[in-house]
Design a protein around this ligand. Structure first.
Ligand code: MSP
Length: 662
């Protein structure tokens, strides 16, 4: 039976996780969740690499025993992973007993195979990399990764006969072209193998922090030899043979490109020596950079993933990491770019779509949607194509391509709404069947998109699925079966706005967002009613008696008073270039002047407005429309032709600007 075992690198715990290390865990989590969604039993293992000199030194600096320090750091790491919704099944620490047993067992097997011998190592050692370095590995005498001069060490070491496995490794690469991905890493390792290998030092003398060699307790196992063994320790090697037989060999090791050699050369050679099956795949992802440099604590170029998740939520951060960085290549993180993508992908595209679907479902059908068409409507066909593209990409770890395929469907659904104009159909008694189909189709396309996007944005997509009437928990859903276009009647569920738009201060970014907003002004202002702004779940009010809904859909008085309605006097108004519907209006609200964008240009010219007393929503989130920031909303009704009609004040000299409206 198919099963999937996936691991990430285990982290050194001398410092907190940064966004670079978090990137690896998030992307592996997306792959693990995708596999689970495909119905494949999955084992996803992460952990901490504790036997490092850096860890030992850091504990000393803090005056702690290394074990106690590692215990503290485990909590720190687990907290970050929980915050980012990383759903590992097992978390291994190299100080655990199961790991010690596995290391001791494997090192014995390697020794029994005659692959360890005693010698003396004299050369460079970079403590930050925990790696032996040769002159050719250094740039200006420094480790190029950590920009530090390595230590010169001379000590008795045991060596592993890596050279012995070169030909078998080459043969394995030839027989398994996908063993190491992406191709750029594979080619790099092939060149290395072709040039020839050297035996490597696998023990350190004079150190007490580590696992003693089973045959010479004066030395400890070199931290990398130790760490790699976590992958078999976690599935029971040496301690639970049945479990080991169930999960080994691993299906995918996800690691950073800097440590590909350990995983794609040293580790398979160790396994060959011990007579164990080799990993099926290794994926060497790229780096998350900060202003062009690798994000790293030691380089001082790091972003705290907790801060990023706290600011905007884990899901937007996960989406950014997966969608904006081509998996396998390096990518940059900047706050500006993150905010920009948040506004474009989430506030404007996906968030707007969710709001529109729910708002229209309630406005026109009290939330109840019935299917009138089969699975051959244009949107159904488009969804089918998106599912195929998504699955093909995800199966090949092209996470960014898979995610883009989902956003293609989201865009297509938004465009379909604009094209089919449900708000026009709603006014035509003979087109009510068409309206049913449009409403159903957009909810179904959104349901399928949310299911595909769930591995990337688990909590928001579970919420969107629920809003689209999905009754089953995500664990009961399966990608193959449940992305098929269904014609199941549904009750759409209301909820708060998912991703309120961020105010972007940088005008260049605000401009990019405007350009990328699909349908620009149309999307934002006129999909349902050509009045004051997009209909969202919050602003949609069902028409008439029948639509006034159940008691639970009414606002409580406490909820109503949260809306700050005030009288304001128009002091200036002007047209917004290239907009047929919007005016830029400056009002006096009693405490000063503010600018609002109002969708009333079809019925009012700027001159008509100056001096009038209007009613505004004063505590609405600011929004940017056609490049103009709008601070509030002017209330207007809609006449039968869809033209806006302003709400004005009966006695403007009595109800002065700033007066509260109830
Ligand atoms: N402990 C070793 C791995 C042992 S695996 C048997 C180690 N630890 S680490 O904490 O330095 O790095 C953990 C993982 O994070 C590595 O895969 C590393 O490549 C990755 N990253 C570290 N900085 C990164 C970025 N800036 N961007 C992306 N990944 C990064 O190496």
């Amino acid at each position: 039976m198919e099963r999937f075992y996936i691991t990430t690198a285990i982290d050194y715990v001398n410092s907190r996780p940064h966004l670079g290390t978090a990137y690896e865990k998030v992307t592996a989590d997306v792959i693990a969740r995708y596999k689970r969604l495909c119905g494949v039993p999955t084992q996803f293992v992460m952990g901490n690499d504790e036997h490092s000199q850096n860890v030992f030194q850091r504990a000393e600096e803090l005056g702690l025993a290394p074990e106690a320090f590692c215990d503290q750091m485990e909590k720190v790491f687990r907290e970050v992973w929980a915050k980012l919704d990383v759903s590992f099944d097992d978390f291994i620490r190299t100080t655990e007993e199961r790991h010690r047993i596995a290391v001791t067992t494997l090192v014995r097997r390697i020794e029994e195979a005659g692959d360890l011998y005693e010698g003396e190592y004299e050369g460079w050692y970079c403590v930050s990399c925990e790696a032996f370095k040769q002159d050719k590995d250094l740039v200006d005498g420094e480790c190029p990764v950590h920009r530090k001069k390595p230590e010169w060490i001379k000590e008795k070491n045991y060596f592993f006969r890596l050279t012995k496995y070169r030909d078998r490794l080459l043969a394995y690469y030839q027989a398994n072209p996908k063993f190491l991905q992406p191709d750029v890493r594979r080619n790099e390792m092939l060149r290395l193998l072709e040039r020839g290998l050297e035996d490597i030092s696998v023990s350190r003398t004079g150190q007490q922090w580590g696992i003693p060699l089973p045959f010479d307790s004066s030395s400890v196992v070199y931290v990398w030899f130790d760490a790699l063994i976590n992958y078999i320790a976690a599935v029971g090697y040496g301690s639970d043979e049945a479990r080991f037989a169930e999960w080994w060999p691993v299906d995918l090791h996800v690691v950073g490109k800097d440590i590909t050699r350990f995983h794609a050369v040293v580790w398979p050679a160790m396994l060959m020596s011990a007579g164990l099956p080799l990993p099926r795949r290794v994926f060497g992802h790229g780096w998350v950079n900060w202003q062009g440099q690798r994000m790293s604590k030691s380089l001082g170029t790091n972003v705290d993933p907790l801060e990023a998740a706290d600011r905007f939520g884990a899901d937007p951060l996960r989406l950014y990491l997966v969608k904006e960085i081509a998996y396998g290549q390096d990518g940059d993180f900047t706050w500006e770019r993150f905010e920009e993508r948040y506004n474009v992908d989430l506030a404007n595209n996906l968030g707007n779509l969710v709001s529109r679907v729910v708002a229209m479902a309630y406005k026109y059908r009290d939330g109840r949607l019935v299917a009138k068409t089969g699975n051959q409507t244009p949107l159904a066909v488009r969804a089918g194509e998106a599912v195929m593209r998504y699955r093909k990409a995800m199966d090949q770890q092209e996470l960014h391509v898979g995610t883009a395929a989902v956003f293609g469907l989201i865009d297509a659904t938004n465009e379909f709404i604009t094209r089919s104009e449900p708000w026009v159909l709603a006014k035509m008694p003979d087109r009510q069947g068409d309206l049913d189909s449009v409403l159903f189709d957009i909810s179904e396309a959104l349901r399928i998109a949310a299911l595909m996007l769930w591995p990337v944005m688990p909590s928001s997509c579970a919420d969107i699925l629920r809003r689209m009437g999905e009754k089953q928990p995500i664990t009961a859903l399966q990608l193959g079966r449940d992305t098929v276009w269904s014609n199941v009647e549904r009750q759409v569920v209301k909820g708060p706005q998912l991703w309120p738009r961020l105010e972007i201060q940088n005008p260049k970014i605000a401009e990019t967002i405007k350009v990328e907003m699909k349908g620009t002004e149309e999307t934002m202002t006129s999909d349902i009613e050509p009045d004051t702004g997009p209909i969202t779940e919050e602003t949609a009010t069902p028409d008439g008696e029948e639509a006034s809904g159940s008691e639970s859909q009414r606002l409580s008085f406490e909820e109503f008073v949260k809306v700050e309605l005030r009288v304001a006097r128009v002091v200036m108004a002007e047209a917004i270039p290239k907009s047929k519907k919007l005016l830029r209006v400056t009002v006096d609200d009693g405490s000063g002047e503010r600018t609002l964008v109002s969708g009333i240009a079809r019925a009012y010219s700027p001159e008509d407005l100056v001096g009038r007393s209007v009613v505004i929503v004063a505590n609405l989130e600011k929004a940017r429309l056609m490049g103009v920031e709008s601070d509030g909303m002017i209330l207007a009704a809609t006449d039968p032709d869809g033209r806006p009609v302003l709400l004005t004040v009966d006695e403007p000299t009595a109800a002065l600007p700033g007066s509260i409206v109830r």
